[in-house]
Design a protein around this ligand. Structure first.
Ligand code: PRP
Ligand code: MN
Ligand code: MG
Length: 185
């Protein structure tokens, strides 16, 4: 059985940095929504760790729901097409929604989700994304609670996967390209 560190080149965002950013965003969100009924919508599967840490860092009461969206499949580039693997169980009509996401890459996933939640009648839709890759944006996303900007390297850990693996790494790290360049080794 392979060790989870075997295919990692370098750590890019430490667990301490992750926690600091999440605390900062959670403090701001707790202030901004102090008198509102907030629904957190986590984008599975990647946002699972961010949602868990972020929700525990909030000082206000919130509800949570989940939507499982996929655009990457087993590749390292967005297919540009969003597949809904699992929908929300909550009616968002009239709700104040905060989307919790692990990373904004091309922006296609969040562009789709923000429009979808507004179409369903959400009272407001804002975003907290732990990571962002500005070099790869194809669409602009308004992010009220931004996280770390990272370079254009394929990263895994803290929820982020390559081919469904490495999500359980406890920090954000650069994956050795030999893992996804398989046959060229
Ligand atoms: C990844 C990531 C974001 C999205 C970002 O999800 O977790 O949700 O891609 O990319 P984009 O800005 O180019 O749309 P993925 O499709 O890999 O599904 P997963 O969360 O289940 O891993
Ligand atoms: Mn995702
Ligand atoms: Mg993925």
């Amino acid at each position: 059985i392979a060790d989870i560190q075997d295919d990692i080149i370098e750590e890019l965002v430490t667990r301490e940095q992750i926690d600091a950013k999440i605390q900062e965003a959670a403090a701001q969100v707790s202030r901004d929504y102090a008198d509102k009924d907030l629904l957190l919508v986590a984008v599975l599967k990647g946002a699972i760790n961010t949602l868990a840490a972020f929700s525990q860092a909030l000082s206000i009461q919130v509800s949570m729901d989940f939507m499982s969206l996929s655009s990457y499949g087993s590749g390292t580039e967005s297919s540009g097409k969003i597949t809904v693997r699992q929908d929300l169980s909550t009616d968002v009509r009239g709700r104040h929604v905060l989307i919790v996401e692990d990373i904004i890459d091309s922006g296609i996933t969040l562009d789709w989700l923000i429009k979808e939640l507004k179409n369903r009648g959400a009272a407001s839709v804002e975003v907290f994304a732990l990571l962002e890759k500005p070099a790869r944006h194809k669409v602009h996303i308004d992010v009220k609670y931004p996280g770390y900007e990272i370079p254009d390297k394929f990263v895994v850990g803290f929820g982020l996967d390559y081919d469904e693996k490495y999500r359980n790494l406890d920090s954000i790290a650069v994956l050795n390209p030999k893992v996804y360049q398989g046959d060229q080794e």
